[in-house]
Design a protein around this ligand. Structure first.
Ligand code: PEP
Ligand code: MN
Length: 299
């Protein structure tokens, strides 16, 4: 038998998948098992109407977790900075209304307790991936943490940053690939999907992918979301806005409710082929008034 030049013996071997950590959130939502969880909602909480329109749509389409920023890390101090505490209470209302647990960003160690009252998962944004005081504080708080990769951080640095949270006794960390800086302005960032299998080699933590920030363009979100699922991600984070033209933040990358519902119906076909189940909170699955996602996209 002729052996291929690059034989198995000289190829670097992928270590066996270690026993993967599972991070339970609430009400049947678990990251890191055989489930697949879609986090979705607007980039920023702008108004009650805007948040509810997005929250209702993502819940109806089958999302597992509601996202939305109350504190926004913006490049310019002149840009909309988020509604702060008012945004947090709107998120609590939206969570009660839809049954979806909330993930929202905390930027300041002094806000951790306040944000924790409205959020099932504390999000550390890419700009704060190495804010060690903040990492320690969310580690001490003990809630699940979504840690986004810095735009110029290596994967080892991401794993090391997670270590700061774990060192405080909090093992409930979810990693998020959200794109890194490249040279080509065609996309906002370069979504590094190889990060998913690499992180699976290096950590036992759940890994999700954010194709919204990773591409910056709504038409690219669906293809990269499906590619992320195929690469082995445990879930996705996707921005959805009922009226992207009017969005105060990141409108270019937001999916409209119909587009999101379409993507979710494609994921419902793809994800089982990858040996996973789409998860949403038990109470939402059982509720009558939201209907199924397929009903939602029917004309
Ligand atoms: C966000 O998800 O709201 C966000 C600001 O993303 P990132 O930190 O990845 O830029
Ligand atoms: Mn955004």
């Amino acid at each position: 038998m002729v052996r291929p030049l690059c034989s198995a013996a000289i190829r670097s071997r992928t270590p066996k998948d270690p026993v993967r950590k599972v991070v339970p959130i609430t009400d049947g939502i678990v990251l890191g098992g055989d489930g697949f969880v879609v986090f979705a909602g607007p980039c920023a909480v702008e108004t009650r109407e805007q948040l509810f329109a997005s929250a209702d749509a993502v819940a109806a389409a089958g999302a597992g977790i509601l996202r939305g920023g109350a504190y926004k890390p913006r490049t310019s101090h002149r840009s909309f900075q988020g509604l702060g505490p008012e945004g947090l209470s709107l998120l609590s209302e939206a969570s009660a209304r839809t049954g979806l647990p909330v993930v929202t960003e905390v930027m300041d160690p002094r806000d951790v307790d306040r944000v924790a009252e409205s959020s099932a998962i504390l999000q550390i944004g890419s700009r704060n991936m190495q804010n060690f005081a903040l990492l320690r504080e969310v580690g001490r708080r003990g809630l699940p943490v979504l840690l986004k990769r810095g735009a110029a951080a290596t994967l080892d640095e991401l794993v090391a940053a997670a270590g700061y949270i774990q060192a405080e006794g909090n093992d409930r960390v979810i990693l998020c690939e959200r794109g890194i800086r490249g040279f080509d302005p065609t996309t906002r960032y370069v979504l590094d999907l190889a990060a998913v299998p690499v992180l699976r080699e290096r950590t036992d933590l759940p890994i999700i992918v954010d194709p919204s920030h990773g591409t910056g363009r709504s038409v690219l979100v669906g293809p990269m979301a499906k590619a992320a699922a195929a690469a082995g991600a445990d879930g996705l984070m996707i921005e959805v806005h009922a009226n992207p033209e009017q969005a105060l933040c990141d409108g270019m990358q937001a999916l409209r409710p119909q587009e999101f519902a379409q993507l979710m119906s494609e994921l419902r076909r793809l994800v089982p082929l990858l040996g996973r189940r789409m998860l949403r909170p038990q109470s939402v699955s059982e509720s009558k008034h939201l209907g199924t996602a397929d009903e939602f996209i029917a004309p």
